[in-house]
Design a protein around this ligand. Sequence first.
Ligand code: FE2
Length: 379
Amino acid sequence: MLKEMTQPVAQERAMDQEGDFLKINAMDHVELWVGNARQAVYYWKVWGFKPVAYSGLETKNRRYASYVLEQGKIRLVLSTPYSPHDEMAAHHLLHGDGVKVIAMQVDSVEDAYRETTTRGAKGVQSPTEMRDDNGIVRTASIQGYGQTLFKFVERADYAGKFLPGYKSLAEDKTVKPVGLAAIDHIVGNVELGKMNYWVNWFHQVLGFRQIVHYDDKVIHTEYSALMSKVMGDGSGRIKFPINEPAEGRKKSQIEEYLDYNVGPGVQHLALITGDIIGTVRELKQRGLEFLRVPDAYYQSLPARVGKIQESYDDIAELGILADRDDEGYLLQIFSRPIQDRPTMFLEIIQRHGARGFGVGNFKALFESIEIEQAKRGNL
Ligand code: FE2
């Protein structure tokens, strides 16, 4: 069983002793279970994602419809059940639209499943082989936070678009990508008091290491607070920050998420762009909405962040946030929730050397989240 360690010192010592027993080659895909996948496809097309593969009644999948969308190296899957009696329908009733599966590519699913389950992961799907004319794919999954699954995918022997059972779609020429290139990080919200459990889970089960820790003295506003720790894999490319609500005078945004998602889950996906000005300008023209911090933020920004390649006028006009650390700077912006429940949202991020998460923006950002929270009557 997974041991819960509460002593940070013990945790760090244990982290030094562990080897990299689980090599993750890349993110494979993120699957969202949604109420109406066909319509959701149109929403994600606005974000520049192209539908490339489909599974459903027409491909003899009588259980659910599923669409695979791609942009850059990002692959999203949107799935919806046909029957109200399906487990997927019960899941959607409880949580609404959101991330169900975080899938990572490994060399051997067999090894990944064995290594993680012997280290305390709860197995959900033991290694399974699927094949069609394009070859073989192996997958397995373990239970992550809330009802989220972490899936391992081995696709070296597969030439198809996604998985057996999915057919390729003709190119959708109506979709114009906006420069989103890869997933930078995936953030999970967990219940009060559960952050260290999940930090240890990522460490013990997946062999990840803690990269950063922000406590509630750093991340707080007048009303609410949260704590955040960031876990990363051996390569440092795959990052999973974990948030926990902290006691504040009013309701933490993490608590609001937990209430509306009915439990822990993925709070946001951060997507990398090489040109945040172009990406955000285009997305706003397409009608997507982003959080906006008070204008005062931009008065002090050049003094705080210093010289950057982009124009501060563009940054202020578009509502982009900037932050600097020892290694460089980053630019970021956060969308409004992707559904009516105030749960999951997206971040767009551009990195110029900085490897952090924009801690200098947290306060301004959370104040703007609280303005929205108050409008919803949840603060
Ligand atoms: Fe983020």
